[in-house]
Design a protein around this ligand. Structure first.
Ligand SMILES: CO[C@H](O)CCc1ccc(O)cc1
Length: 115
């Protein structure tokens, strides 16, 4: 097959992996802080502190609208969820711990799928 066809296949495989990974993130017991956008009207300071909000439902919407070029651009958005969480929450807090647990789970899973 041509280089272009191989690239297309890789993207298809990459996007299939995004769907598998996102479903597993959403199903994780510690996913609850990340399932929907933070309500910045209800959380003082959030909009000021977190410049690029991201959550799993927004990632799902972007995936459905074909807004991820490949697995890499998807991983950037998932990491944004966890980086925002670390910025706004103490490590020793319910949500802080959930963020660390979810990041560890995600890192282990995508590396397993890719290796
Ligand atoms: C992913 O959750 C966000 O970091 C917001 C966390 C938060 C929301 C309300 C609070 O009273 C405290 C922290």
């Amino acid at each position: 097959c041509t280089k272009k066809a191989k690239m297309a296949k890789d993207n298809t495989n990459g996007l299939a992996m995004c769907r598998v990974l996102l479903a597993e993130l959403e199903a994780h017991q510690d996913a609850w802080p990340f399932l929907t956008p933070v309500n910045h009207k209800a959380v003082p300071g959030y909009r000021k502190v977190i410049k690029k909000p991201m959550d799993f439902s927004t990632i799902r919407e972007k995936l459905a609208n074909n807004q991820y070029l490949n697995l890499e651009t998807f991983i950037i958005d998932v990491n944004l969820v966890f980086d925002n969480c670390e910025k706004f929450n103490e490590d020793d807090s319910e949500i802080g711990r959930a963020g660390h647990n979810m990041r560890r789970f995600f890192d282990e899973r995508w590396t397993e799928l890719l290796m």
